[in-house]
Design a protein. Structure first.
Ligand code: CTP
Length: 134
């Protein structure tokens, strides 16, 4: 089974690795759409800490990942699912229900997030540590 998943994967952390390994375990081929810097800026009005070329290189280097592409638009998920011939879309459970309409194209599964870590939390830790020491 061919699996596809999407994310920003900024400041790569253990929650990212966990979901990618569990996604791969569901099939034999894992494609990862890494969201473009411009897409993040349009969503959150800030650029990721790590630029898209670096984020893509890190994801591509993982043994559980077979293929990586840049996700340029949130509106194109259906096209990406078809283009990469995915049989199953895997997302973290922060997205539960939000991708159910793709069930007409492929299976859709939501996996439990790793508790206690996120890029946003890491940025906050770094920021508060920097504030304390300056
Ligand atoms: N993810 C996860 N467990 C975490 C953090 C992320 O399983 N603790 C999953 C997300 O559900 C998503 C993928 O990793 O499927 C990429 O998530 P991303 O949004 O890039 O990571 P976050 O750390 O959640 O970043 P942010 O805080 O900016 O939302």
């Amino acid at each position: 089974m061919r699996i596809i998943t999407f994310g920003t994967f900024d400041m790569f952390h253990i929650g990212h690795l966990n979901i990618l390994e569990r996604a791969k375990a569901k099939g034999h081929h894992l494609t990862v759409g890494v969201s473009a810097d411009a897409l993040n800026f349009s969503k959150k009005q800030r650029y990721p800490i790590c630029p898209e070329q670096d984020r893509m290189r890190i994801i591509k280097s993982l043994s559980c990942v077979d293929e990586v592409f840049r996700e340029d638009s949130l509106e194109l998920k259906g096209e990406y699912i078809q283009q990469y011939k995915a049989d199953c879309l895997v997302m973290g459970d922060d997205w539960v229900g939000r991708f159910d309409h793709f069930k007409e194209l492929c299976k859709v599964e939501y996996l439990e997030r790793t508790p206690g870590i996120s890029t946003t939390a890491l940025i906050e830790v770094v920021r508060s540590t920097t504030d304390t020491h300056s």
